[in-house]
Design a protein around this ligand. Structure first.
Ligand SMILES: Nc1nc2c(ncn2[C@@H]2O[C@H](COP(=O)(O)OP(=O)(O)OP(=O)(O)O)[C@@H](O)[C@H]2O)c(=O)[nH]1
Ligand SMILES: [Mg+2]
Length: 314
């Protein structure tokens, strides 16, 4: 039968490209959620570091494939702690879970399912796909089987061992996600990778660089605000960022002797921003003190205001 003879609207049903879902990537801190998002998108969109609680706001990334479209929401690590920042992170996770059509729960091989995780899984009223990341660290893959069984006993039928870093198992996981995804039209045009503005990613690039260059509590103590982001054709874009620290004593640490440390930070972050935006950038960094900002929920609310609402039409 010629395609043109099909009734209107039917031609897409069941065919390639007909699946569409918001997918919340959730899991304990540091398991590789952001690494997976970056691997799927083939670009360094979400901040990654070897330390926990790198992601503090949801990051949206769009993957369009022959099977359809998955809109990933990379979330902060699941952690129960008091304080304005942690409560903000918790709300980010809840909002991703409520927007999601399906949930990709990520753990790593050393992560045994405890009661807390079990009750978290129970509380999710959407399809859950489980992935065990970092299997490159396991010499004998047979050792994974008892762990996978323990997760299966929690009612998770779909379990995918992967290495987000090495790229192993990503095709199988993607097929599993599309299998679990509902039928539907793509949410966004296929060439789109995110709906978040470049200024969000500029702040994230600076944060990621902080994790790479400074130890201890410094990366967690800095709030990055993009005060100005001006695109210029024919010359460099101008980005002015304010780095708010919690205490006076942190200012000289960020600056370093003779401003050496902040210069290194600026160069590193600028390169990341240029790579992502594809434009030449002049990055200006200023350090200010906002005393104990992490404890001040009004600062956290103002400061970590999520970017534009991302659901089409809302
Ligand atoms: N060996 C190995 N390391 C990985 C893999 N995936 C991620 N990592 C590393 O694990 C660390 C944490 O990765 P992230 O992607 O930042 O983890 P996350 O789950 O987003 O962490 P939070 O945002 O802090 O919750 C980084 O050092 C990654 O390079 C993997 O497949 N194998
Ligand atoms: Mg992350």
């Amino acid at each position: 039968m010629d395609k043109s003879e099909l009734p209107a609207g039917d031609s897409e049903a069941g065919s390639a490209g007909s699946k569409s879902a918001f997918v919340a990537i959730v899991g304990p801190p540091n398991v590789g959620k952001s690494t997976l998002l970056n691997s799927y998108l083939g670009m360094h969109l979400s901040a990654v570091s070897r330390r926990p609680q790198t992601t503090s706001q949801n990051v949206l990334g769009i993957l369009t494939a022959p099977e359809g479209q998955l809109v990933f929401l990379d979330t902060p690590g699941l952690i129960k702690r008091k304080g304005a920042v942690y409560e903000f992170m918790q709300r980010e996770i809840s909002s991703a879970l409520s927007d999601a059509d399906l949930v990709l729960l990520m753990v790593e091989p050393r992560y045994e399912p405890d009661d807390e995780l079990a009750s978290f899984i129970k509380s999710i009223d959407k399809p859950v796909v489980l992935t065990v990341n970092k299997v490159d660290l396991v010499k004998n893959k047979l050792n994974l089987l008892p762990l996978i069984d323990r997760y299966r006993n929690l009612g998770l039928d779909e379990v995918y061992p992967i290495s987000a870093l090495a790229g192993d198992g990503l095709g199988e996981l993607l097929a599993g996600l599309f299998k679990a995804a509902p039928q539907g039209e793509p949410y966004y045009p296929e060439e789109e990778v995110t709906t978040y503005p470049m200024r969000f990613f500029a702040a994230e690039a600076i944060r990621e660089s902080l994790f790479e260059l400074y130890g201890e509590e410094i990366p967690y103590s800095v709030f990055v605000e993009i005060e100005e982001y001006k695109e210029h054709d024919g010359r460099k874009d101008l980005i002015r960022a304010i780095l708010y620290v919690e205490r006076d004593s942190q200012r000289p640490i960020i600056l370093g002797r003779g401003g050496e440390a902040i210069k290194r930070l600026g160069t590193r972050a600028r390169k990341k921003i240029e790579a992502l935006s594809g434009r030449a950038v002049y990055l200006e960094l200023h350090v200010k003190v906002a005393k104990n900002w992490r404890k001040d929920s009004s600062f956290v609310r103002r400061a970590t205001k999520p970017p534009q609402k991302y659901l089409p039409g809302t």
